[in-house]
Design a protein around this ligand. Structure first.
Ligand code: PEP
Ligand code: MN
Length: 456
């Protein structure tokens, strides 16, 4: 018997060093180890089947090695914070559809394969700037994502509940099941995706993308006329990614792979360390240094070249191709100044990482009516800055990391089919950060494709 809150070492229990993180500074976690349901929830998760198979994780690493070499492009997209209620067929299919549509446009623009990845099936934990939230004279724990507590501002909802980890696991399993069915069962057929893109083009606001859309259409029709019926036309690989923030969840879902004898986080294929938890001596970096998955690290404007190099030494000591992705999130106003020293230092060190731009998190503003928002033009300006910096450094701009949804929400400002603040009251749904809606997401893909075709 263990006392409530006593740490359980189930699953991968005696793998050397795996539990060192427990002795290190650990931030952004709920205080729930003494909760009466903590041990049983942790044990249940530890006994559950993995959500992903280590062989798939290795395959993704090989795909990302291609990105690191400039032979493929990476698209990561999805919600800032998934919600349990958002696990419906409609919402999941709309999101997958949008990512597939963006990927087709980017494949054409880059003339390269696109590795597709959702911030999906596990993106439930959120870092917060303060532990507590005060409204009027009531102070309660901050909302940390539905894997920890509820969004409603009541004590019942805001008190962290470890059983939510088990629910997040089941919601992730349901999501992944549908994503796998969609992407392998015919839904992802390139010809169908191209038909959906025609819907986007019917909107007169998108007329400026006609040329590129027409070229893609002809390319698809050409393949069809040739009788091309290869696998890559009919199905696609789609990977699940999330921020590995909640270490109780990640540790409980870590398994030793029977083929290699090494630990894998099996909560998703790719996990990243956020801007707030990438402390070199902290628990997150230590824990993730010990698992085999491909990893991302968010790099904000305060990152120094020394920190970037130290992160590489810690997380990718073997310099394994595809292991490490740096996701820069500098802000449009900073990227042209702050990114070059990092890119140059990594280039000069000889290390090879995947460089991805997150043009969302450095561009958050508060709208006049109080909503957290982002301007489409700022987002695109950061993307352009990212390409410029890599072109100047002779390095490869490997991909995009965006907060987006397949639905017709109004959360980010602008786009050709303009969203303004007056739409927020009716169509703002995100619990945390604002996402590009379906049209804004596709528009970004067309703009990036245009930029890529100009570079070639
Ligand atoms: C996020 O990706 O939602 C996030 C919190 O990002 P960052 O760690 O870059 O702030
Ligand atoms: Mn976010």
């Amino acid at each position: 018997m263990t006392a409530p809150g006593e740490i359980l070492h189930t699953g991968a229990a005696d793998y050397p060093g795996l539990d060192n993180w427990r002795e290190l500074p650990l931030t952004q976690q709920p205080d729930w180890r003494g909760h009466p349901d903590f041990d049983s929830s942790y044990e249940e998760l530890s006994a559950n089947p993995p959500l992903v198979f280590a062989g798939e994780v290795d395959k993704l690493k090989r795909r990302l090695a291609k990105v690191a070499n400039g032979e493929a492009f990476l698209l990561q997209g999805g919600d800032c914070a998934e919600t349990f209620d958002g696990v419906t067929a409609d919402k999941i299919s709309a999101k997958v559809k949008t990512i597939l549509q963006m990927a087709v446009v980017l494949t054409y623009g880059a003339s390269l394969p696109v590795v597709k990845m959702g911030r999906m099936a596990g993106q439930y934990a959120k870092p917060r700037s303060s532990d507590m939230e005060t409204r009027g004279d009531v102070t309660l724990p901050s909302f940390r994502g539905e894997i920890v507590n509820g969004f409603d501002f009541t004590p019942e909802s805001r008190i962290p509940d470890p059983k939510r980890m088990v629910e997040a696991y089941h919601k992730s399993a349901a999501t992944l099941n549908l994503v796998r069915a969609f992407t392998e069962g015919g839904f992802a057929d390139l010809r169908a995706v191209q038909q959906w893109n025609k819907g986007f083009m019917e909107n007169p606001a998108h007329a400026r993308y006609e040329q590129i859309a027409g070229e893609i259409d002809r390319a698809v029709r050409f393949m069809e006329a040739c009788g091309a019926e290869f696998d890559g036309l009919k199905r696609t690989e789609f990977y699940a990614a999330h921020e590995a923030l909640l270490l109780d969840y990640e540790r409980a879902l870590t398994r030793i792979d029977s083929r290699t004898g090494k630990p894998y986080v099996t909560s998703g294929h790719f996990v990243w360390i956020g801007e707030r938890t990438r402390d070199l001596d902290g628990a997150h970096v230590d824990y993730l240094s010990r698992v085999q998955n491909p990893l991302g690290v968010k790099l904000g404007p305060s990152t120094t070249p020394e920190t970037a190099l130290a992160l590489i030494d810690k997380l990718d000591p073997e310099r394994e191709p595809g292991r490490l992705t740096f996701i820069s999130r500098m802000g449009a106003a900073n990227i042209r100044e702050k990114l070059p020293p990092l890119v140059e230092a990594v280039r000069d060190s000889g290390a090879k990482v995947v460089w991805v731009t997150d043009p969302m998190h450095g561009n958050t503003i508060t709208a006049k009516n109080g909503y957290k928002t982002r301007r489409f033009d700022d987002v695109m300006d950061e993307v352009r800055g990212f390409f410029e910096v890599h072109q100047a450094a002779g390095t490869y701009p490997g991909g995009l990391h965006v907060e987006m949804t397949g639905d017709d929400v109004a959360e980010c400002l602008g786009g050709s089919d303009v969203i303004d603040e007056s739409a927020f009251d009716a169509r703002y749904e995100s619990l945390v950060d604002p996402r590009l809606n379906h049209k804004q997401s596709l528009e970004m893909a067309f703009l990036v494709a245009e930029a890529l075709t100009q570079v070639k």
